[in-house]
Design a protein around this ligand. Structure first.
Ligand code: DX5
Ligand code: ZN
Length: 208
């Protein structure tokens, strides 16, 4: 199981990123919020771009924004493995996926808890990653929604039936107790369970 760690709930981001760099986390999950798609807002790109000063890990960018198109070229500049945006956005989804791919970056679509996985079907041939939100997007530290377990299973069956090789990632409320509900995923995206602890590596070990 791969682990992608979000620093959304960290008070001191540079210190958290340096600590994460010393773990075996696979990716740094970069949550981007615009105050429109979700009520909260994260730091602007001119600050976010400094991530490279503190970690050389690959970035897993999660755009929780209404219009992802204008964010894609910015985050494509960084050490980025995946750019994921939401299937519920206003912009043209296919155009945004193609734009991500044009930078040689893997593209993903995220689904909110109440969005059915069948909404992803038209885009499956283009997708490298699907991010299943197991909390309402917008904040770290929430409780895993238990019905996400069935949703992940349904998505795995859907991907198999379309011969899609897209990875499944789950994001929100992940900890040692709920990881059993996520065995069909390829990536666990985790925030507070890791970053609220003094020592990050033992928490990551508990999830593998
Ligand atoms: C929620 C974010 C998540 C979040 C994960 O909107 O997309 O990435 O930071 O944090 P935890 O693991 O604390 O739910
Ligand atoms: Zn996220």
């Amino acid at each position: 199981m791969k682990i992608s760690v979000s620093f959304l709930s960290c008070k001191n981001v540079p210190i958290a990123l340096k600590k994460l760099n010393d773990t075996d986390a696979d990716y740094i999950h970069v949550d981007v919020m615009d105050g429109k798609f979700v009520p909260n807002k994260t730091m602007p790109f001119r600050e976010m771009r400094n991530i490279y000063k503190y970690t050389d890990k690959r970035l897993d960018v999660h755009l929780m924004v209404e219009g992802p198109k204008k964010y894609i070229p910015l985050y494509a500049e960084l050490n980025t493995e995946f750019i994921t945006f939401h299937v519920e956005v206003m912009d043209d989804i296919e155009e945004c996926l193609e734009l991500i791919k044009s930078y040689g970056i893997k593209c993903g679509l995220a689904v909110k808890p109440n969005t059915p996985v069948k909404r992803l079907v038209p885009y499956l041939p283009l997708l490298d990653l699907i991010l299943v939100m197991s909390v309402e997007p917008g904040a770290g530290g929430q409780t895993f929604i238990s019905s996400s377990r069935d949703k992940i299973k349904e998505l795995r069956a859907l991907l198999n039936s379309y011969h899609s090789k897209a990875f499944i990632s789950v994001d929100g409320g992940i900890n040692k107790e709920v990881k059993e509900s996520c065995q069909e995923c390829d990536i666990l995206t985790v925030g507070s369970y890791v970053t609220n602890a003094e020592m990050f590596q033992p928490q990551i070990d508990n999830l593998r």
